[in-house]
Ligand binder design. Structure first.
Ligand SMILES: Cc1ncc(COP(=O)(O)O)c(C=O)c1O
Length: 399
């Protein structure tokens, strides 16, 4: 007897997908082959990749590959268990110590990803009775951590320190108060007002959690990120980082006091209930931190590229007059369909730039998100600056 085919079950999915198409918001999966020197191959075409977070060009570095291979040859690929069971090996321990030393903190704790680190940390530090103050442009992983915590969440207008101050005062009787913010905002490239927020945290006896995903390895004298660049160091500070961007690997971490790390080790569910990172990844990331410390020329090359692209875009009003310090350069277009068209035109010129649309960014602010790497050549940066101006000019005249 044959079972009748249930067609209705998929109907809502088809309707939802059609709606995404209509709104210009449907994403299609692409397969990318990474090549040296900031290039990649997509659909058989060679492109300069301006849509990667490999800021220092470490993802393909020979030394990271070799470090990972050595460990794979000796212990295999998977960690086999969560950290509290048997997943934490000597390579995890060494990397945690390396991160703590790099960050100038007492201790560090690894997580399976930066996303898991944010979700796990925010939802562990506060609970039902507490209040979170969260910047409206925070990364999705912070937002999801806020939701999961069940704390009262007060979303504040982007970087509005006065608003945070008022709300901290209003919620002064909550048992725990936590300010959460991206250090470098992932879609805008600007830096949070960390000095002011840290000051507020002191005044109001609150904690301050900073997501250093786009700061680690890139800004600050010791490459520790946005807190260092803003001169912020406080026992109230909780810093979350990722190994997936400038560090060139994958995984997340938290660094801070020994008590903080011990508590998260026991309580953060994304640490307790998820398999540890592969030991080979830890070995590669360890190598990456050493390179970041020993080769400041990579960071200097990145800063040169940032300045080289910002300047022509600033002259024609495509980017604001802000200090050229971070490798994320957004060019706001507005509507999703037009943003995708512009990105496609750039691709025809051999340049891969991400078209970022809602829900990743607010409605009406779809944008090209250019991310720069130390491996980009001066020639490709010039090519991008010219192509963007040309493509945007031709789209405005055909509109
Ligand atoms: C600001 C920010 N935080 C956290 C993450 C998550 O990091 P990961 O990719 O390591 O999960 C990202 C990555 O997209 C990010 O941009």
């Amino acid at each position: 007897m044959s079972v009748p085919v249930e067609t209705d079950a998929a109907d809502w999915l088809l309707r939802e997908l059609a709606q995404l198409d209509d709104d210009g918001l449907r994403r299609h999966r692409r397969t990318v082959k990474h090549l040296p020197q900031g290039e990649c191959e997509v659909d058989g075409r060679r492109l300069v990749n301006f849509a990667s977070n490999d800021y220092l060009g470490l993802a393909g570095d020979e030394r990271l590959r070799e470090a990972a291979m050595r460990v794979i040859k000796s212990v295999g690929v998977g960690a086999g268990a969560s950290p509290l069971i048997t997943g934490r090996t000597e390579w995890h321990e060494r990397l945690e110590q390396k991160i703590a030393e790099f960050e100038g903190d007492a201790a560090a704790l690894l997580f399976p990803s930066g996303y898991a680190a944010n979700v796990g940390t925010v939802s562990t530090l506060v609970g039902r009775e507490d209040v979170i103050f969260s910047d409206e442009l925070n990364h999705a992983s912070l937002i999801d951590g806020c939701r999961l915590s069940r704390a009262d969440v007060c979303v504040y207008p982007h970087a509005d320190v006065e608003f945070v101050a008022e709300q901290l005062h209003k919620h002064r009787h909550a048992p725990r108060r936590l300010i959460v913010t991206d250090g470098v905002f992932s879609m805008d490239g600007d830096i949070a007002p960390l000095w002011e927020l840290a000051h507020l945290a002191e005044q109001h006896d609150a904690m301050l959690l900073v997501d250093e995903a786009h700061g680690t390895g890139v800004i600050g004298d010791e490459c520790r990120g946005a807190c260092e660049a803003c001169g912020v160091d406080s026992p109230r500070l909780v810093r979350v980082g990722t190994l997936s961007k400038a560090v060139g690997a994958v995984g997340g971490f938290v660094s801070g006091s020994q008590e903080l790390v011990d508590y998260l080790w026991n309580r953060a569910r994304t640490n307790v209930f998820s398999t540890s990172l592969p030991a080979a990844i830890c070995a590669a990331a360890f190598e990456a931190f050493t390179i970041i410390q020993q080769e400041p020329s990579r960071r200097a090359a990145l800063q040169t590229r940032i300045a080289q692209l910002r300047e022509p875009l600033r002259r024609v009003g495509l980017v604001p007059e802000t200090e050229p310090r971070t490798p994320i350069i957004p060019v706001i277009i507005g509507e999703p369909a037009q943003t995708v068209e512009i990105a496609k035109s750039l691709e025809r010129e051999g340049l891969l730039v991400a078209a970022i649309r809602p829900p990743t960014v607010p409605v009406g602010t779809s944008r090209l998100r250019i991310s720069l790497s130390a491996t980009h050549t001066s020639k490709s940066i010039d090519q991008l600056a010219r192509a963007i101006q040309k493509v945007i000019a031709s789209t405005s005249t055909t509109r």
